[in-house]
Structures are given as structure tokens and as C-alpha cells.
Design a protein around this ligand. Structure first.
Ligand SMILES: Cc1cc2nc3c(=O)[nH]c(=O)nc-3n(C[C@H](O)[C@H](O)[C@H](O)COP(=O)(O)OP(=O)(O)OC[C@H]3O[C@@H](n4cnc5c(N)ncnc54)[C@H](O)[C@@H]3O)c2cc1C
Length: 367
């Protein structure tokens, strides 16, 4: 396909920024629009599974994989425990020369590594999409700051609450998965997690928690990520939902966890904690309409039960950019992406709900 095409990517999360990077390296004219003024670097730890690390080899940027591996810590052992901290099972991570290791890594490190490889002149912060239209030969975007963009193709990477997805599948809706979730990063002063550790505190008594080692901070201090899931109904009213996201973990809920795990969570600074309600979406009937395609959570937001969300978005970026490059007509390239990618992401979404059900989550969406 002609490299003179002008392509808008909306949303500079991991899926959007990685898509923009690959397309740039292939020579396309890319503009990366983002609602926030600057690329968002907040977020906590991520388990980037081996398939996700493998996608980095397709970025067109030499050494991206090496830089990412250096920025994270290799996942070595998964410990499954009950809430009291008793070990139920330990599984070794699959480590061999045929595939890259799975990484325990801060989201900020992932974003920084991709950002530094990007020609940053493509980035336009402070651009919130409010309207999308397309004609046979053009896509048109309107932003809340009054700016308009017209070009050949639009890639919607605007996350779980996607505006672009509404244009493709108007009936797309969020399913609440039954948890309020707190995640944090904390200095692990007493060596609760060691290098390569991932701890899962199995879901019981309305809570679930996980912890993993992130490696040393810039100051050389050992850092650990934690996630705490609390089953509760979501308030109907949006302002009430927002207000509840400012609250700390209820003390009586934290007490259900073993004291060493609870005390690590309690020692976390406020500004190192993010809170959200958990949602997924039903598998979409299509990821493409005309000159518009979806990647990342916009296309297939799923529960974190399999730690696949970010990896799936990076895979979308590789598949989509190859499909665009290998076809002369835009519509054919996007149809190829849709045909190849849709069954895979449906499989991930189905699996994510199955694992959620198996591990005791009560609200898992229909399958
Ligand atoms: C509790 C939890 C734990 C998780 N753990 C893991 C894990 O261990 N491993 C893993 O692989 N995945 C995990 N995930 C999933 C993973 O975090 C997501 O799948 C991934 O971050 C989604 O990336 P994205 O780029 O698609 O979306 P986002 O990161 O949400 O990026 C979307 C971007 O679009 C911008 N935007 C939104 N609307 C507009 C608009 N109208 N106009 C312009 N810009 C807009 C936003 O500001 C944002 O920057 C987890 C998720 C949760 C909730």
C-alpha cells in the first residue's frame, strides 16, 4: 500500500503508541492523537506474557525487545496461596531459548520505551475525539478543541470507553465484572516478593489479590506491584462511581488478607495507587468499518484474569500494520486484518471469561 497515506491513530496507550511506531517505521504518515496533554505514564505493574514481548521484534526499532527486557524483571515462579498466605501450588514460568521470557514490568517503563523509539513529532496531545465520519475516500475526525482532521484511515486505540468503537459497533456496551480494584506500587522493604515472584491470593470471601516483583526503582529500592479486588455492586450514578474510586480499600476487607500482604498494601503512598471498576465487553461482530479499524481495549477489553489485555493490543498493532502494508487497497488491508484477528481476539475474550468463572469471579458476562 502507498506510504503516502495519512493515518490517524486515536489514543496513545500501549496499543495506539505501538501501532503508530510500527506504521512510522514502515514509512506511513501517522498522527497520534491523545486526549491527555502528554502521553500517560501512570499505571502500575503489568505481566507482559511471552507473546507480548515477542511482538516487540516487529516494531522496526532495533533493540526494542532488549530495552524492554532490561526495564523489567523476568517472571520465574507463580505462587498460588489462600488468603491466609498458605501456599496451595507453585508453578515455574516456562523459560527456554525458543521464546522470550514473560516480564514483570511497570506500565510507565513500557510506555517510555515505546515513546523513545517514536518520532515524537507525530504526537498531538489535548485532542479528544468527539465525532467521527467517513466518506468513500476519506475519514473525518472532530476534536473537542475545535480542531478537525481529514485523512485516509483512522485507527481507534482509545481504550475501554472508546468513542471510535461506537462509530463501528453502536451497540457495544460495557459489562461490569463485579469488582472495585485498587492497584499500587510500593517499596518492598521486607522482601515480601523476591526477584521473579508472582503471588496469587485465590479469590475467597469477596476478595482477590496479587503481588509481583518489579525490580529496583531508579533509586535502587526493590519495588513490588499489588492488586486488590473487592466484590461489590457498582453505584448506578456516574458521580457516585467516581467518588467511590477516591476511597481507600475498606479496612475490614483488607483484614481478610494475611497480615504481611495487607501491611505491604497499607504502606503504599496514595499517589502510587490507581483505582477502577472492572469491566469487559462482549466480543464485537467486527473490528473494522470502511476506513476505520480498532485495536487494543477499544476492540476487546477483557478481565485481567489471563493478563492478556496489553499483549493482545500489541499483537493487533503488528497484524494491522502488516495487513495495511501488504494490500494496495485500504479496504482490502483492513478486511484482511479483520478476518485474521477477529477469531483470535474472540478466543482470548472467551478464555478470559472461562478463567474468571473457574477462579470464582461471580459476574463474568455471558459467553
Ligand atoms: C486490574 C487490571 C490489571 C491488568 N493487568 C494486566 C496484565 O498484567 N497484563 C496485561 O497484558 N494486561 C493487563 N491489563 C489490561 C491492560 O492494562 C490493557 O489491556 C491495556 O493497558 C489497554 O491498552 P490500550 O492502549 O488499548 O488502552 P489504554 O491504555 O486505555 O489507552 C487508551 C488511550 O486513549 C485515550 N483516549 C480515550 N478516549 C479518547 C478520546 N475520545 N480521544 C482521544 N484520546 C482518547 C486515553 O487517554 C488513553 O491514553 C490489566 C487491566 C486491569 C484493569
Amino acid at each position: 500500500m502507498s506510504n503516502h497515506l495519512s493515518i490517524a491513530v486515536v489514543g496513545a496507550g500501549s496499543a495506539g503508541m505501538f501501532t503508530a511506531l510500527i506504521l512510522q517505521k514502515k514509512g506511513f504518515r501517522v498522527t497520534l492523537f491523545e486526549r491527555a496533554e502528554q502521553p500517560r505514564t501512570e499505571g502500575c505493574g503489568i505481566l507482559l506474557v511471552s507473546d507480548g514481548v515477542k511482538t516487540l521484534d516487529h516494531s522496526g526499532e532495533p533493540d526494542l525487545t532488549t530495552k524492554m527486557v532490561q526495564a523489567g524483571s523476568i517472571a520465574r515462579q507463580f505462587h498460588f496461596r489462600n488468603l491466609k498466605g498458605k501456599t496451595l501450588n507453585i508453578t515455574d514460568s516456562e523459560l527456554n531459548d525458543d521464546k522470550p521470557p514473560s516480564l514483570l514490568i511497570r506500565r510507565s517503563a513500557i510506555m517510555k520505551t515505546i515513546w523513545e523509539a517514536l518520532d515524537q513529532r507525530c504526537f498531538k496531545g489535548g485532542h479528544t475525539v468527539i465525532e467521527v465520519q467517513q466518506a468513500i475516500d476519506q475519514v473525518h475526525i472532530e476534536f473537542s478543541n475545535g480542531i478537525h482532521w481529514s485523512g485516509d484511515m483512522l485507527i481507534g486505540a482509545d481504550g475501554i470507553f472508546s468513542q471510535v468503537a461506537r462509530h463501528i459497533v453502536p451497540e457495544r456496551k460495557l459489562n461490569y465484572l463485579g469488582d472495585r480494584v485498587w492497584r499500587g506500587v510500593v517499596e518492598d522493604k521486607h522482601g515480601f516478593c523476591k526477584d521473579g515472584d508472582f503471588f496469587v491470593y485465590a479469590r475467597a470471601q469477596g476478595i482477590y489479590a496479587n503481588f509481583f516483583y518489579l525490580g529496583p526503582s531508579d533509586q535502587g529500592k526493590p519495588m513490588t506491584h499489588w492488586g486488590f479486588f473487592h466484590e461489590e455492586p457498582i453505584p448506578k450514578n456516574r458521580s457516585e462511581q467516581q467518588a467511590k474510586l477516591k476511597e481507600p480499600i475498606p479496612e475490614e476487607a483488607l483484614k481478610r488478607l494475611s497480615p504481611d500482604a495487607a501491611s505491604l498494601i497499607s504502606s503504599t503512598n496514595h499517589d502510587q495507587i490507581v483505582t477502577n471498576w472492572s469491566f469487559d465487553i462482549d466480543p464485537l461482530p467486527t473490528l473494522v468499518k470502511g476506513r476505520i479499524a480498532l485495536v487494543g481495549d477499544a476492540a476487546h477489553a477483557m478481565s485481567s484474569s489471563q493478563a492478556r489485555g496489553m499483549t493482545a493490543g500489541l499483537e493487533d498493532a503488528v497484524e494491522l500494520s502488516n495487513s495495511i502494508q501488504n494490500h494496495t487497497e485500504i479496504q482490502n488491508g483492513l478486511a484482511h486484518y479483520n478476518a485474521n484477528r477477529l477469531p483470535t481476539v474472540h478466543k482470548y475474550q472467551k478464555r478470559s471469561r472461562e478463567v474468571s468463572r473457574k477462579t470464582g469471579r461471580k459476574q463474568t458476562g455471558a459467553n
